[in-house]
Structure formats: structure tokens, C-alpha cells
Ligand binder design. Structure first.
Ligand code: 3IO
Length: 340
């Protein structure tokens, strides 16, 4: 009897041992999961977050699960204006920022918001990416840039119709950065705030409209309140996706390569997504909310554009001591003529 008990105890001990060995031997074969946080400021349905989810999916696929990206929309990890400093401080590993919210900080790349008449997000995104790579500006030296892109051109979305310069005079309209300067040149009472603060300001009547790309008519349901759109097709908003530098440097080379290979592709994907989504949002606004789209006459366009002429010259004057402002403007004009 005792023999049996010993035999059973021995058998059990061997089992425990083998099991332990098995565990420790397979641990080395398991993929080491690198977990990264990615902060974004607007709601999940909006384009900065759509591109974020696309990037996450591609990264997780291309690293075969070695990297897991945890995304935070709606400012739950970092808010609009804290994005750059929050990523530098490591509060998030990655963050998506709109340069217009700290315009002085991104002196070189914010040139994209000047009124050049860039026709769509695909063109704007490519110009921004080329400009960034050519000048490698010091404004981004504390971070690793993962990609950049722009919105489509801005138009006026308002509760009351804007048909003439007299209509816009004194009207409280929300914008940021370079787009804000354009509104001021047209005589609007420009109210500066991030897009994420705009739904509440519109609801409360603090502003009577906004100046941005038109996909927000659908994604933020502004079409419910703003029954008029005045087509101006001016200024775009430049964005950057930045990563904490130490965190990037700590990644294995194969992962770094996946991120680098994805940078230009993500820029292009986002520009195309934006342009397609604008077309949908225009249809949606017309069909579901009977929004009126107001076209300016050629004469009016000339009058409105004339007011914007001093903006680029003034930008060169204000910035040329710090950055090669003249070169930047001439490069951007050249790129516009041959975007491919
Ligand atoms: C934007 C920002 C967040 C979500 C959707 C958006 N569409 C256009 C913008 C540009 C922008 O940052 C702004 O403030 O108008």
C-alpha cells in the first residue's frame, strides 16, 4: 500500500516539474508584446481617429501581433492643446495633433495653412510631408514624427446665410491658426478654439458657425444647426502624429521599420479618405438636412481673395528672421504646380 502512495506522490511531483519546465521553455517562443498608447483629441467617428484606427490595424498586422496599440479618442488621455507636450513628457506614447492649436510652435509646417488655394487633402498632405522632409524643422526635434496630413480646404458653415462680405462682418465664427487669420481678414469676429470644443460653443450660441473642412457637417452633426455653407475653398489645417522619442528609440529595428515604411503611406491614405468623406458629407447635408451651399460669383471671389493677399507677405516678414520663410513659400508654390 505504502509503495503505491509513494509511486503516486512521485508521479505527481514529476508532473508538476515537467509542467513547470514546459511553461518556462515556451515563454521564450511567445511574441514579446510591446504595448503603446495613442492619444487623440476629437470623438472616435471623426477623421483624425479614423486614420488612427487604420494605423493601429496596419501596425498590429505588419508586426504580427508584436505591437499592440491602445487608442484613446475624445481627449481622454491627452487634450487638443496638450498633445505635443504630453507626448514629450511620455503621458502618451503617440499623439495626434492639429498644428493650428499652437500656431507659433510649428513655425515651418504651419505655412501649409496660408491661403495658397490648395485644392484638396491629398495635395495638401503630400505638400506638408514634402515640406517637413525637406526642412526637417527644429519644432519636431523632440519627437519622432510618424506621419502628417492635412484637411481638405475650409469653408464657412453657419446658422445664418453668408452671401456677401457684409454678411460675415462681425459674425462670430470659430476657427484656429491660419484659418482664423483668414476669417479676420474677411471681417468676421473670429473665435479661436479647438474643433473638440466647437459643438458646445455652437449649441450655446457662443459662435454662429465655423470655418473648417466640410466632413464635420456629418461627423459632428453640424448640419443640424448650420443650414448654410459658403464655398470659399481656402486654408487647410495641417496635422502631425508624433511619438515619444525615447519610446521610439527603444523599439526593435523591425518594428521601427514598420513605422517608417507606413509614414508616407498613412499620409496618402488619410488625404484620400478625407477627400472621399467630404463628398459624402456634402450629399448627406443636402439630402438629410436641406443645407444650402452658396457659391460666390467670380467677381466676389476676386474681392474676397484680394483681402487675403497681404497674409502671405506678412507671414514672410514676421518669420524670415527665424526660418527660411521666403524659400518655404516658393517651395510650396512650386509643389502646388507639380504635386506628383
Ligand atoms: C478637425 C479636427 C478634429 C476633427 C475633425 C476635423 N476636421 C477638420 C479639423 C480641423 C481642425 O482641427 C479644426 O480645428 O478645424
Amino acid at each position: 500500500m505504502k509503495k503505491y502512495v509513494y509511486a503516486i506522490i512521485c508521479f505527481l511531483l514529476v508532473c508538476v516539474c515537467l509542467n513547470g519546465c514546459k511553461k518556462s521553455s515556451t515563454a521564450g517562443d511567445q511574441p514579446v508584446v510591446i504595448s503603446l498608447t495613442y492619444a487623440n483629441f476629437p470623438p472616435a467617428s471623426t477623421f483624425p481617429c479614423v486614420q488612427m484606427e487604420r494605423w493601429k490595424t496596419e501596425v498590429e498586422k505588419r508586426t504580427h501581433g508584436k505591437v499592440a496599440v491602445k487608442t484613446f479618442s475624445g481627449g481622454t488621455l491627452l487634450d487638443a492643446k496638450d498633445m505635443m507636450d504630453g507626448v514629450i513628457a511620455g503621458q502618451a506614447d503617440i499623439g495626434c495633433l492639429c498644428m493650428a492649436y499652437q500656431p507659433g510652435r510649428f513655425a515651418v509646417t504651419n505655412a501649409l495653412a496660408l491661403p495658397f488655394g490648395i485644392k484638396d487633402a491629398k495635395t495638401g498632405s503630400k505638400m506638408l510631408w514634402n515640406l517637413y522632409n525637406k526642412f526637417n524643422p527644429s519644432e519636431f526635434e523632440q519627437v519622432k514624427v510618424l506621419t502628417m496630413f492635412t484637411t481638405a480646404p475650409s469653408n464657412i458653415m453657419s446658422r445664418k446665410a453668408v452671401r456677401t462680405l457684409a454678411d460675415i462682418k462681425g459674425m462670430s465664427l470659430r476657427a484656429s491658426g491660419g484659418a482664423g487669420e483668414i476669417l479676420q481678414a474677411w471681417g468676421s469676429n473670429m473665435v479661436g478654439m479647438p474643433m473638440s470644443a466647437t459643438p458646445e460653443a455652437l449649441q450655446k450660441g457662443i459662435v454662429h458657425g465655423l470655418f473648417s473642412s466640410l466632413e464635420v457637417m456629418k461627423d459632428f452633426s453640424y448640419a443640424e444647426l448650420c443650414k448654410y455653407v459658403t464655398m470659399t475653398d481656402t486654408s487647410i489645417y495641417p496635422f502631425a502624429v508624433v511619438m515619444n522619442k525615447q519610446k521610439f528609440d527603444s523599439l526593435p529595428d523591425d518594428v521601427k521599420k514598420v513605422f517608417d515604411d507606413l509614414a508616407a503611406e498613412q499620409m496618402q491614405w488619410t488625404g484620400e479618405y478625407m477627400d472621399n468623406h467630404i463628398a459624402e458629407a456634402i450629399e448627406f447635408s443636402k439630402q438629410q438636412h436641406q443645407v444650402e451651399f452658396i457659391e460666390l460669383t467670380d467677381e466676389q471671389k476676386a474681392e474676397w481673395n484680394k483681402l487675403l493677399e497681404p497674409i502671405i507677405e506678412k507671414w514672410i516678414e514676421d518669420n524670415k528672421a527665424k526660418i527660411p520663410a521666403e524659400q518655404i513659400v516658393s517651395d510650396l508654390k512650386n509643389m502646388m504646380e507639380q504635386p506628383e
